[in-house]
Write a protein that binds this ligand. Structure first.
Ligand code: FAD
Length: 240
């Protein structure tokens, strides 16, 4: 069994999750699973992108695709020169301009709320516009309560029930999801997008005629959570 990872470290999105405020424990997922894989005899290769040529050359009996997801960027009306970042860039330490930052949060999970807290703690005035009735709506109740308390302390202004549709470099334009009224936030230095993820599944289509077994697990099937990714990996592996 060989695990091939494109990045320098295994962990995928968990490497981002552990960098959200107060979430360092999430990194335990990576160290625990990597140690278990090595104990079970798996060879781990990092810094190597698997493409069709690689698969053709190595000819594995079984291919398990776990290529994950990338940030979703739906079409928005963005003015020339406007600073727009996605949440992953912010977590990785992209420079943030001075002034009010608006976080547009479509999925109402850890990402929008976590990035807003991080920016608030760094001293930015932050407005978090979420698509649900409450920021963090999709996450477990006690985690959500702790994150909302942290957002409150970091002075993150929260606006529920809004979806982003544009940013002209100064004003961010949302629409209320129930009334459909415009909700405009003025004097915005940058817009941060936390609009969910889309699967990285390019390899899958190229493997239609592959003579060995092909499986796909985790976010490359549909972006969800680490729980599904781990469970699907376990199910596929135990059936081999
Ligand atoms: C900020 C953030 C916070 C999160 N918080 C939580 C949380 O609290 N709880 C929770 O359950 N989930 C959380 N999630 C979601 C969770 O991290 C993902 O659902 C999970 O990591 C998906 O695992 P995966 O292995 O399918 O994909 P990924 O984690 O995306 O990993 C895919 C890996 O495949 C590699 N790869 C891609 N293409 C290739 C290729 N061609 N060749 C070689 N390697 C390749 C990538 O480099 C990457 O390392 C969070 C996500 C983010 C971004």
């Amino acid at each position: 069994m060989t695990l091939v990872e494109a990045a320098r470290r295994v962990g995928g999105q968990a490497l981002l999750a552990e960098r959200l405020p107060d979430r360092a424990e999430f990194g335990g997922l990576i160290t625990n699973l990597a140690a278990e894989a090595e104990r079970a005899g798996a060879r781990i290769i990092t810094g190597t992108v698997v493409d069709l040529a690689w698969i053709d050359r190595e000819r594995p009996d079984v291919v398990v695709l776990a290529t994950g997801a990338r940030p979703r960027r739906p079409p928005l009306e963005i003015g020339p020169g406007a600073t727009v970042l996605d949440a992953w860039e912010v977590i990785r330490g992209a420079p943030i301009p001075e002034g009010r930052i608006v976080v547009a949060d479509w999925r109402c999970d850890w990402v929008g709320l976590g990035v807003a807290i991080r920016l608030g703690r760094a001293g930015h005035p932050v407005v978090l516009g979420s698509n649900g009735t409450i920021a963090g709506q999709r996450i477990q109740q006690y985690v959500r309560d702790a994150m909302i308390a942290a957002a409150e302390r970091a002075r993150v202004e929260r606006i529920p029930l809004v979806r982003i549709y544009g940013y002209d470099g100064s004003a961010a334009f949302f629409q209320h999801v129930l009334t459909e009224d415009a909700v405009v936030i003025e004097d915005v230095a940058a817009l941060v997008l936390a609009l969910g993820h889309e699967p990285v599944d390019d390899l899958l289509a190229g493997l239609d005629d592959y003579p060995g077994e092909v499986h796909a697990i985790g976010d490359c099937v549909a972006p969800r959570t680490a729980e599904e990714a781990v469970l699907e990996g376990l199910k596929v592996a135990s059936e081999l």
